[in-house]
Design a protein around this ligand. Structure first.
Ligand SMILES: *[C@@H]1O[C@H](CO)[C@@H](O)[C@H](O)[C@H]1NC(C)=O
Ligand SMILES: *[C@@H]1O[C@H](CO)[C@@H](O)[C@H](O)[C@H]1NC(C)=O
Ligand SMILES: *[C@@H]1O[C@H](CO)[C@@H](O)[C@H](O)[C@H]1NC(C)=O
Ligand SMILES: *[C@@H]1O[C@H](CO)[C@@H](O)[C@H](O)[C@H]1NC(C)=O
Ligand SMILES: *[C@@H]1O[C@H](CO)[C@@H](O)[C@H](O)[C@H]1NC(C)=O
Ligand SMILES: *[C@@H]1O[C@H](CO)[C@@H](O)[C@H](O)[C@H]1NC(C)=O
Ligand SMILES: *[C@@H]1O[C@H](CO)[C@@H](O)[C@H](O)[C@H]1NC(C)=O
Ligand SMILES: *[C@@H]1O[C@H](CO)[C@@H](O)[C@H](O)[C@H]1NC(C)=O
Ligand SMILES: *[C@@H]1O[C@H](CO)[C@@H](O)[C@H](O)[C@H]1NC(C)=O
Ligand SMILES: *[C@@H]1O[C@H](CO)[C@@H](O)[C@H](O)[C@H]1NC(C)=O
Ligand SMILES: *[C@@H]1O[C@H](CO)[C@@H](O)[C@H](O)[C@H]1NC(C)=O
Length: 867
């Protein structure tokens, strides 16, 4: 009873406080309420925050919105052009006036600094209003009784007045009914949010484009929307896993918008006035930073009208401007002097009389020309489109309007074709008008005899050249055969290894974005990608700069590896060699690798005994193939669960085979100074002395086998009962006759005791200290699948009782857990490629650290054998 009075007082007090001033966790301002400088509104889900701020070294105050957890980036400013000069924090506030407008007042003399300026007419229809900061960052004024967050019945919304940042769900473009043009405008400087001169918005035409301008000068355009993406911005086209972009064009609205695939991601587009670029950045929570995903203009060729009319800009070529086929420089003198402004003209332009006999040449992989002067029809067939273009002498080109499916609609261009760029990753045909006489496909008969007279001698000469060339090639080949005995050239000729273009890889993997990264091994990071051409999913392993080999040798190695085709090996689809870049393209395995199942408490339940046994046998078959059946005799040297990938049916596929060879170490058997492998899986003779053979793979297979049966990692886990790792633990249990204790608890219901125990015993046989004692893989598979009596294993070779402290601390710098320690890898990954901005996370320690470490270990005997 005595408690009630204070409670009532408290409630009254809090209510009073509430009405006088907003507390911080509120997302709305109602009429007659105010938000004082120092307080903020926070959206209902806590994503966005609205409040007063002072940018950079300015002394002015502004009202703005930012991500609550990333306060350093302002995404919206209310009064960017009306700063609050009075910066004494208790004197300013944001209020909702009695007519329903939001206003910023400096309190001392009630000066109005900024107002939403809604006409009272539109406000008077509803009785009361609130201003609310929505979960998507939109600050709106709406009728009090309107609870719908998505509703468009807002009386006013901040999204209609973008600043320099485009948030997800925010429209960029036109409301044709009201004439409102929402476009991004950069800040003047980082200290001054007032409108700068860089803008990004939609330019209206029959085929609208998004254009970046500095002042009135066009810097870059995206190219028209082709139903799937913008024709000139390939990275946006490849459906990103973070955002989906769409473009809308109808009689009411023309806009571009993007939304997040997963709402917990943060991805924004903004204008950077320092660089005059439009950038898309994603928030990387792990690193607490923004990462630039895309920056436009991306290269020289993205700059508007770089090469003049009919000039095609080809990035990375010199000169970057080339006339389209059938065209020649308008002024060869200027053109040769790298002044491309005048562009190109049709060959024989003076004689050209436009006519219905003209024909069209199909061009592929061009960014569609500027659409300022175009005409479109969404329903017209391509044939009708062509005829429509033929009728008009100023029509210079046509194409499909929409490339989705087989393509549809018609888009035709009048006047010179401007701002062309070669893009490799996206398919769209552009048909360009040509003079009937210059195109041989045309039906022009007038020069028939002349044509024959010219072509026949030409063909004869060509044939002669081909024959001479062929003979020369054969001679050269024979010479090469003598020197390169291992590689049989004849074999290769019928083997087509797809060579991928680097730009294809960049667009397939979103410019090797972190989001596409599947993992990272000693030979380099692996990215997931999607080929734009057919949507095939691929995995790209990027071996930045394999130092040892020239591109030809590298290619030969890859061809040999690609020829290794086996059900239990991951298929190599091709490679990409360009400059320093070396990449291997594999088929993509949606189920990832074995370790992601085996060592995950939830996922491991999906692997019942039957599946695990199947995986064991699959790996064994794959190894037999590598060791014996293939021509190459490959020792894998880094067999471990993360290198075993699983297909849809949980069949094992070995990956990374042959990489040691490709990366420059082509010894097949013997002694190497460089050690490739992973602690916990390496055979003792290999880890310590660098001696390797197929039997070192057998050892690794033994570790793998025990891991699969037990669901435990060999390394990183010490068994409490003794100081042993998994191998030691298994050995002890086996000696005690308690092997069944080793079997994974998850398997209790599904395992077949005889099979599981057999696996453990075979595993121990593989782990014997002396390589000669270990069975070969053929025998291993036979033991696993037959009922025969097994030999008794001798003591395992590598009961490592944790590498001593010193050893640990040096190995730590290489890897946290499972990263391959590979000196070759270190070398392979050592060279950074600055061009593509590849950021290397891996160790950069060079060989000598590892060599020294190995020597050291040997000398001090850190690796302890269980004696
Ligand atoms: C306010 O502005 C004055 C100059 O106009 C400056 O000296 C002062 O430091 C500013 N105060 C704050 C809190 O920014
Ligand atoms: C604002 O703060 C200053 C100093 O803190 C104080 O002198 C002044 O009276 C305050 N003004 C108002 C309107 O609260
Ligand atoms: C209010 O502010 C305006 C503009 O800053 C100024 O001209 C005016 O003198 C001020 N009035 C009073 C009463 O302080
Ligand atoms: C509101 O109207 C006033 C007076 O016409 C004008 O000076 C001011 O810039 C307008 N504010 C906004 C945000 O449009
Ligand atoms: C809100 O109230 C106004 C006026 O009272 C009414 O016309 C309108 O239909 C109401 N809207 C909703 C969503 O209830
Ligand atoms: C865009 O919409 C306008 C008006 O509906 C239409 O005339 C035009 O053809 C459309 N353009 C495209 C590319 O769909
Ligand atoms: C979105 O991402 C979060 C964090 O990465 C994840 O927990 C959640 O499952 C994801 N949601 C969907 C629908 O993918
Ligand atoms: C962003 O998306 C990626 C891919 O969907 C996901 O892996 C990542 O966890 C997401 N980040 C956040 C903060 O949700
Ligand atoms: C703008 O670009 C420059 C140069 O790349 C960069 O340093 C700066 O951080 C960028 N600005 C923002 C706000 O990201
Ligand atoms: C390029 O050529 C055009 C036409 O002759 C001329 O007007 C222009 O000044 C030249 N530009 C440069 C940079 O020389
Ligand atoms: C184009 O086709 C669509 C669907 O077939 C139809 O709704 C539309 O009216 C057609 N437009 C024209 C201009 O014929």
């Amino acid at each position: 009873m005595t408690n009630i009075l204070p409670m009532i007082l408290f409630v009254i007090l809090s209510l009073l406080l509430f009405f006088f001033q907003l507390s911080t966790s509120i997302d709305t301002i109602t009429q007659f309420q105010s938000l004082h400088d120092g307080n903020t509104l926070v959206s209902n889900d806590g994503t966005f925050e609205l409040g007063f701020f002072t940018p950079g070294s300015s002394t002015n105050r502004y009202v703005g919105i930012w991500y609550k957890n990333m306060p350093n980036r302002i995404v919206w400013v209310a009064n960017r052009d009306d700063p609050i000069k009075d910066n004494t924090s208790n004197s300013t506030m944001l209020i909702m006036s009695n007519d329903g407008n939001l206003e910023i007042l400096t309190n001392n003399n009630q000066t109005l600094v900024w107002s939403t300026n809604i006409t009272t007419q539109s406000l008077s229809t509803t009785s009361s209003h609130v201003a609310q900061l929505l979960d998507n960052g939109n600050f709106v004024i709406k009728a009090n009784n309107n609870t719908d967050q998505q509703s468009n019945n807002f009386l006013w919304q901040g999204f209609d007045f973008p600043c320099d940042t485009l948030l997800p769900d925010m429209k960029l473009g036109w409301d044709l009914k009201t004439g409102l043009n929402r476009q991004l405008t950069s800040w003047k400087s980082w200290d001054d949010p007032s409108s700068g001169d860089l803008t990004w918005g939609i330019v209206l035409s029959s085929n609208p484009e998004v254009v970046l301008k500095k002042g009135s000068v066009e810097i870059h355009r995206t190219g028209p929307w082709n139903g799937v993406g913008f024709s000139g911005a390939p990275v946006e086209i490849v459906t990103s896993i973070v955002v989906i972009t769409t473009s809308v064009n109808n009689s009411n609205e023309v806009y571009y918008i993007y939304s997040l695939v997963n709402k917990s991601n943060v991805s924004i587009t903004y204008l950077n006035q320092t660089t005059s670029h439009r950038e898309r950045v994603n928030w990387i929570p792990e690193d607490d930073t923004w990462s630039v995903i895309e920056s436009l203009p991306k290269d020289d060729c993205d700059v508007y009208n770089r090469c003049g009319p009919y000039g095609n800009c080809v990035h990375n070529e010199s000169p970057i401007c080339q006339c389209l086929d059938g065209f020649e420089p308008k002024s060869p003198k200027n053109w040769d002097a790298s002044n491309w402004t005048q562009g190109c003209v049709r060959k024989g332009d003076e004689d050209w009389r436009c006519g219905v006999n003209d024909s069209f040449v199909r061009f592929y992989g061009l960014k569609l020309p500027d659409t300022s002067h175009t005409w479109v029809d969404a329903n017209m067939t391509l044939e009708n489109c062509k005829n429509k273009c033929l009728e008009d002498c100023s029509c210079m080109a046509y194409s499909n309007l929409d490339v989705a499916g087989d393509g549809s609609g018609c888009s035709i261009w009048f006047g010179d074709l401007i701002d062309l760029k070669q893009i490799s990753s996206f398919q769209q045909y552009l048909y360009i008008r040509m003079d009937a006489s210059t195109v041989d496909v045309s039906g022009g008969k007038k020069n028939h005899t002349l044509a024959i007279a010219v072509t026949i001698p030409l063909i004869i000469i060509l044939l002669l050249v081909i024959i001479v060339f062929y003979v020369y090639k054969r001679k050269r080949k024979q010479r090469e055969m003598n020197t390169l005995t291992e590689i049989k050239y004849e074999d290769q000729q019928d083997f087509e290894l797809p060579l991928f273009n680097i730009s294809t890889m960049i667009s397939a993997t979103n410019d090797f974005s972190n989001y596409n990264k599947l993992g990272e091994g000693g030979f380099g990071p692996v990215y997931k990608g999607t080929l734009a051409t057919d949507g095939q999913e691929i995995a790209v392993k990027r071996l930045s700069g394999s130092s040892k080999q020239g591109s030809k040798e590298f290619k030969n190695e890859v061809i040999l590896c690609a020829k290794l085709q086996h059900r239990n090996l991951v298929k190599v689809l091709g490679c990409c060699i360009q400059g320093e870049e070396r990449m291997l393209i594999y088929e993509y395995m949606p189920n990832k690798s074995l370790d992601s199942f085996l060592f995950d408490p939830a996922q491991k339940k999906l692997l019942d005994w039957f599946k695990r046994f199947n995986i064991i046998c699959g790996v064994a078959r794959g190894l037999i193939y590598l060791h014996q059946d293939s021509r190459l005799r490959i020792i894998h040297r880094d067999l471990k669960p993360s290198n075993i990938l699983l297909d849809n049916d949980m069949n094992a596929k070995i990956s990374d085979f042959g990489l040691a060879k490709i990366c420059g170490d082509d010894q097949v058997e013997g002694n190497t100074k460089r050690v490739v492998g992973t602690h916990g899986y390496m055979a003792p003779e290999y880890a310590i002395d660098g001696l390797f053979s197929t039997k070192s793979d057998v050892f690794s297979f033994g570790v793998l086998l025990l891991e699969i049966v037990s669901g435990q990692k060999n390394k990183g886990l010490t068994f409490p009962s003794n100081n042993h790792n998994l191998v030691g633990h298994a050995w002890r249990l086996w000696k005690e006759g308690n092997s069944e204790e080793l079997i994974d608890d998850c398997l209790r219901d599904s395992y077949i005791p005889s099979e599981a125990l057999r696996c453990i015993q075979v595993g121990l046989l593989c782990l014997q200290l002396h390589p000669n004692d270990r069975p070969n893989m053929t025998y291993v598979l036979a033991m696993l699948t037959n009922e025969s009596v097994l030999a008794q294993p001798k003591e395992p070779g590598f009961i490592m009782q944790r590498v001593s402290n010193e050893g640990e601390s040096t190995t730590k710098s290489f890897s946290i857990n499972e990263v391959t320690i590979s000196l070759i890898g270190g070398e392979c990954a050592e060279k950074k490629n600055k061009e593509v901005g590849y950021r290397e996370r891996e160790n950069k320690e060079s060989d000598w650290v590892e060599k020294k470490e190995a020597r050291e270990r040997r000398r001090k005997g850190h690796v302890q054998f269980n004696v």
